[in-house]
Design a protein around this ligand. Structure first.
Ligand code: KDG
Ligand code: MG
Length: 401
């Protein structure tokens, strides 16, 4: 089953997406998400200029061999651009294999380990009252797990607080540089979760994303302050370039820790996992080398009581979400899947088999990943340059966004 063609489709139905389409001599095609928020065209070029020409004539069934060929063969290893490009090819090959054999991808990964995939939604508000209302709407919609983010009093812009129905941090018109104060944040956040627990009782899973803003000892303090409110997890408490820094957080709190949405390989997290200093690994298909590599991370994590919690923001396309759901359904140590519904235009460009029902998701039983792309419609939404914000402290110092 030779690969006879491939293309990179860049479109912006609500936001930018990069998609790889690989075609075989049998007329079967596969899709892979290659979207790297704010750096989309770098991956498009990596794929179009350097990877697709190498795939022509290769056997699409040899997924692991092609993965190793692209990873080791480039000589220059890892990094978000390289690993996102490899991920897209890998997902497209799993899609092709599933279609060729007439089975959904999760069946190729060992079959379902559970009936459905638990997901969490994103609630946010400008005040605690608004955030309580937002969480209430998710509960009413059937969610069992909700991430809660709230504007911090005294700061004009807080990570994770929506501007409208679809939270989208990338800004098209200008580079956005919001100001940040860890002091104000640390003084405020425990009161949000005290209120949420009081209103919603003990059973609702509550999650929170710190978004890399704190030092390890500040994160330890926050985790400890949140302990009475039993969070499902505290996400990205500190930047993770230094994996050892999570040991300090771990020593100071029993609040479960999740990290990994910006990781691009097992080498970014193997110490975190082996030290058992985290509880959830958030690597996902598109940014961590595809389905093949994500499964290796999940297997290492399984040895160390670490469960998966794949990133699933709207800058990961429906192709990635579908791939994530196939992995989630199959791996034994699944924890939870992030789910932010895409904009209506995105869903029209990417018709899909997956569905949300009663707080859980199902990848569907369409052969392959179960997602298609309407290329004609996609062409009506041309790429628009957009950047993620850059955070600065109140004195102007660049900080982690
Ligand atoms: O592109 C960056 C977003 O995907 C990220 O900010 C979202 O932190 C995020 C999350 O947990 O969904
Ligand atoms: Mg996050």
């Amino acid at each position: 089953m030779r690969i006879v063609g491939g293309k990179v489709i860049v479109c912006s139905p609500g936001r930018n997406f990069v998609t790889v389409k690989l075609e075989t001599e049998d007329g079967i095609y596969g899709l892979g998400d290659a979207t790297l928020n704010g750096r989309e065209l770098a991956v498009a070029s990596y794929l179009g200029d350097h990877v697709l020409p190498l795939l022509e004539g290769r056997d699409a069934r040899r997924i692991e061999d092609i993965w190793q060929f692209l990873y080791k063969g480039a000589y220059w290893r890892r990094g978000p651009v390289t690993m996102t490009a490899i991920a897209a090819v890998d997902a497209a090959l799993w899609d092709i294999k599933g279609k060729a054999l007439g089975v959904p991808v999760y069946q190729l990964l060992g079959g379902a380990s559970r009936d459905a995939v638990l997901v969490y939604g994103h609630a946010s508000g400008g005040t605690i009252d608004e955030t309580v209302d937002a969480v209430g709407r998710y509960v009413a919609a059937g969610y069992h797990a909700v991430r809660a983010q709230c504007s911090v009093p005294g700061l004009t812009d807080t990570y994770g607080v929506g501007r409208g129905d679809h939270y989208e941090p990338a800004v098209r018109t200008q580079l956005h540089e919001p100001r940040w104060s860890s002091t104000r944040y640390l003084n405020f956040v425990p009161s949000l979760f005290e209120r949420l627990r009081a209103v919603f009782g003990p059973d609702l899973h509550l999650l929170h994303d710190v978004h890399h803003r704190l030092t390890p000892i500040e994160a330890g303090r926050l985790g400890r302050a949140l302990e009475p409110h039993h969070l499902f997890w505290m996400e990205d408490p500190t930047p993770a370039e230094n994996q050892e820094s999570f040991r300090l957080i771990r020593q100071h709190t029993t609040t479960p820790i999740a990290v990994g949405e910006v990781f691009n390989s097992i080498f970014d997290c193997h110490r975190l996992i082996e030290d058992e200093s985290i509880d959830y690994i958030r690597t996902t298909v598109v940014h961590a080398g595809g389905i093949s590599h994500l499964r290796k991370i999940a297997s290492l994590a399984e040895l160390h009581h670490v469960r998966t919690g794949s990133h699933g923001a709207t800058d990961l396309s429906p192709v990635c979400l579908a791939a994530a759901l196939h992995v989630d359904l199959s791996v034994h140590n699944f924890g939870i899947q992030e789910y932010m519904p895409h904009a209506a235009d995105t869903d029209r460009v990417f018709p899909h088999a997956y569905r949300f029902e009663g707080g859980v998701m199902y990848p569907g039983d369409t052969p392959g990943l179960g997602v298609d792309i309407d290329e004609e419609l996609a062409a009506t939404f041309p790429y628009q340059r957009a950047y993620l914000p850059v955070a600065r402290l109140t004195d102007g110092t660049v900080h982690d966004w």
